[in-house]
Design a binder for this molecule. Structure first.
Ligand SMILES: Cc1ncc(COP(=O)(O)O)c(C=O)c1O
Length: 400
């Protein structure tokens, strides 16, 4: 698959796909084609180019609807990214539906973008924020689900942790939450590049992801919400394109999805996202998963042989996908990442926008590698070889 990604022809082993994936040439070409052939402001012109741009943008809602099996394209809202989608839910749903004493239950694995907005909304509404914690195996024990009670109004759960790669049993959590009439927000940012998402099968109320983590462009994200909920929610951003009639003192709003898509939209991004979806569909999730699982197994085996590193992922590989966090004992992760960069290996180091999780695990930061379809076993071999060198180098320093 490396062939499809022009950037990988540069001298780089890219192991940071959880931050953003690389883009295949077909996606890059599609976006450039938009500007060459179809650029105009959508929904605003009667002329041919504007009609073209409008139909590209509207069709993208249809394609995403099919991709995640939503009931209607009205349930698909384009945003800037997963972060904006999560803020939209917190502000447009949370603010109007939470009351004093209500509870919001999140997993401690949530990315800051599914955590900070709820902190703010809970403070504003005097609601209580609770967490489901992870065990020593980086998984959430069923006993933690007891935190979902009749007081719970919202549950926020990441499908896959961007730190430990743990796959959460979101279906089980959704079932439990619905028994007490709580709404569930699923953060699929780290799962959708790797596994088929079916919102009707999950029966989630909201689901979010960013195009840029699934071979698509930056600057476009998706919010899926059940039509019944979205239609009752107030808009998040106000301005052009999201209105029906505006009077001096009052406004009526456009129907879904436009109600939540204020201002000139990212049409080339939507076009690129459609091409990314076509790309995934052409390969097929079965093939993606087979390749990535094999690579994960290989990486786990190789890394587990390195006695000088601590690894942070679930023991059971069936609950784990494509993200591996680790530390070389007594070496700061930023040093590891910098030295790997000198060997042209791109990895992430830091707290991965998940400080509460890292605090719970008693670590400040980790090195994180993450895979995609364009990685292969050679990438892992080169990485392991470099890690050995880094360890030997620091061993010498530490002795001196
Ligand atoms: C699990 C998870 N949720 C949300 C986000 C936020 O995505 P974005 O920065 O595209 O808004 C990320 C990004 O790393 C993530 O890993």
């Amino acid at each position: 698959m490396k062939e499809d990604f022009p950037i990988l022809k540069e001298n780089v082993i890219y192991l940071d796909s959880a931050a953003t994936s690389q883009k295949p040439l077909c996606v890059i070409n599609k976006m450039s084609e938009y500007y060459k052939k179809s650029n105009a402001n959508p929904h605003r012109g009667a002329y041919d180019l504007s009609v073209k741009s409008t139909s590209i943008y509207d069709n993208a809602h249809e394609v995403v609807k099919e991709f995640i099996n939503a009931r209607s394209s009205k349930e698909i809202i384009f945003t800037k990214n997963a972060t904006e989608s999560l803020n939209l839910i917190a502000y447009s749903y949370g603010l109007d539906n939470l009351n004093e004493g209500d509870e919001v239950v999140l997993s401690i694995m949530e990315h800051h973008s599914d955590l900070v907005p709820w902190q703010i909304i809970c403070k504003k509404k005097k609601a209580v924020l609770k967490y489901m914690y992870v065990n020593e195996n980086y998984e959430i024990d069923d006993s933690e689900f007891d935190k979902i009670t009749s007081k719970t109004k919202i549950v926020g759960i990441t499908h896959v942790s961007n730190v430990t790669g743990t796959i959460n049993d979101v279906k089980k959590i959704i079932n439990l939450a619905h028994k007490v009439n709580a709404k569930v927000v699923v953060d699929a940012s780290q799962s959708i590049p790797h596994m088929k998402i079916d919102v009707q099968d999950l029966a989630c109320d909201f689901l979010v992801f960013s195009a840029h983590k699934m071979y698509g462009p930056m600057g476009i994200g998706v919010l899926y919400g059940q039509e019944e909920l979205l239609s009752k929610m107030n808009p998040f951003l106000m301005g052009g394109d999201m209105i029906e009639y505006v009077y001096e003192q009052d406004t009526t709003f456009a129907p879904l999805s436009q109600k939540f898509e204020a201002g000139t939209q990212n049409v080339e991004g939507a076009y690129g996202l459609v091409e990314a979806i076509n790309y995934i569909n052409k390969i097929g999730y079965d093939k993606i998963q087979k390749h990535e699982k094999e690579l994960l197994k290989y990486a786990r085996e190789k890394l587990e042989k390195l006695t000088f590193i601590d690894l942070y992922y679930p023991k059971n590989i069936s609950n784990h996908t494509s993200v591996i966090s680790f530390n070389i004992k007594n070496v700061h992760p930023h040093d590891v990442a910098t030295l790997l960069d000198r060997a042209h290996i791109a990895v992430r180091s830091g707290n991965h926008c998940a400080q509460p999780l890292l605090r719970k695990l008693n670590i400040d930061s980790t090195v994180r590698i993450s895979f995609s379809i364009y990685n292969d076993k050679n990438d892992i071999d080169v990485l392991v070889n470099e890690l050995n060198k880094i360890y030997e180098m620091f061993k010498k320093f530490n002795k001196e």
